[in-house]
Design a protein around this ligand. Structure first.
Ligand SMILES: [Zn+2]
Length: 143
């Protein structure tokens, strides 16, 4: 990256979540899942809340989901956001059932609709960090 990224970055000292960013760097959206019962562990934590197993795998998701809810930010939080307002901060429900907070790209906030289908896109913001964002899945028009 040639320009310095000016917004806050994820805390890589959070041990259980560090691997998440390793996968997003590879443009893979993975969520920790219990090896013994298949329950996703989001937010990442060492023990399964369902069966108390300590066995975890980072399962690759489909990258697909739907818009659960959102808010539109009109007032920039700092200079880095001035050119971006208004923008949406959204809660996305992945097809795997896990909910993530992210941004919706390629869609004006006034066109957002609850339940709209979304897909992940990856933004390489620094040499170490790639952020998962989402955009609407556009229906292909039949000719
Ligand atoms: Zn389990």
């Amino acid at each position: 990256m040639t320009t310095r990224y000016r917004k806050p970055l994820p805390d890589l000292s959070f041990e259980e979540g560090k691997e998440f960013w390793t996968y997003t760097k590879k443009h893979e959206l993975r969520i920790p899942r219990c090896v013994d019962c298949g329950t996703y562990r989001w937010r990442p934590r060492p023990m399964c809340a369902n069966c108390y197993s300590m066995n975890t795998e980072w399962a690759r998701t489909s990258g697909k989901g739907t818009l659960y809810t959102w808010t539109v930010v009109h007032h920039p939080m700092g200079e880095a956001w001035v050119s971006e307002v208004p923008y949406a901060v959204a809660v996305v429900t992945l097809d795997e059932g896990v909910r993530l907070v992210s941004n919706i790209l390629d869609c004006p906030p006034e066109e957002l609709r609850a339940g709209m289908p979304l897909e992940v896109v990856f933004e390489d913001v620094t040499d170490e960090i790639t952020l998962p964002k989402f955009r609407p899945v556009r229906q292909r028009r039949r000719l």
